[in-house]
Unconditional design. Sequence first.
Length: 388
Amino acid sequence: MVTWSTTPLGRTNRLFAVAVLPQGLEAAGAEELSALGAHTVKPGRRAASFEADMGCLYRLHLQARLPFRLLREMAHFPCQGRDDLYEGVRQALDWERWLHPSMSFRVDVTGAAPGLNHSHYSALQVKNALVDQQRELWGRRSSIDLENPDLSLHLHLSRSEAVLSLDGSGGSLHRRGYRAAMGAAPIKENLAAGLIHLTGWDGTSPLVDPCCGSGILLIEAVLMALQKAPGLNRSFALEGWADFEPELWQQEQERARHRRRRDLELPPVIGFEQDPSIADQARANVEAAGLKDLISIHTGGFQDQPLPDGPGVLVCNPPYGQRIGDEAELEELYRALGNYAKAKAAGWQLWLLSGNRNLTGALRLKAERRIPVSNGGIDCRWLHYDIR
């Protein structure tokens, strides 16, 4: 038997949903969801579940900075194998309304159930259930589009149960649209936003990245301080949902636009980058984000660069030898960074993303906090130092 998770709760019309989050930022992501109006938010592993009405779900797509994806739960049903999955999917929605053959779709699967241990095989069973039903209804079927589907489905299998959801983004929410240029080991925008959130930087003190790469930490920090909604300049798959509400969507777009702070006078926000070509990439990203007058990128090593009057915050994602850089050479970089902080940043805070304990030892600084996070599958720590 299939049950629908969109059943109204009391007099409200709340729906159940899940935000997929960077590992280590689940609590921060839950805080953001609650601040934007979600209810009964429960952080989990790489995710947070919540309840919301449709207006709130629209708002989260437009304004939330930390999620990769927002999945709207549509149905859940017992699943003891391939046959249960096939029948459950066919009954999960009124597919005649939701998926016409003129529409394309894709299926993503996580988890496992009896006889369904491989995500590709499970996705194939979902696809078969849908196209078989389409052939019965119309005599033709939808095509699969992995890049830009009209309807994006997500199936999660766990403990002999299947949960079928709709992905409202149509593409990962970390893609803001400003990032045409990337460094050699780029950090994703939503992870950068989450790390800045953990620093508590609010746009009232100077912010400096001594190894800024493509500038993503600084860009996300300024966008957050200005409360500029990350989803205003992109399209979403939810705009093609059968129950899409254009007027409500427009209201949430207006709400997001009006939230932007235009009265905030930012202190200096500066990035230093040794490699001239990467510094040019950072400037291109800053300009594409509309922040050319608010973020300064300087070409050259940080060692001889002055800091603005502080106190302020240093943020840094230096190489740690996993993707770029030789560990022996990088040790000198970390030693120089520690010396720079002690010589020029007394009274400042330093936050550094580390994927290598040996290298951070070369800083010769004692961390006040060590927050575990994952950066592209690499186990890292977001380290906080109080420079005295």
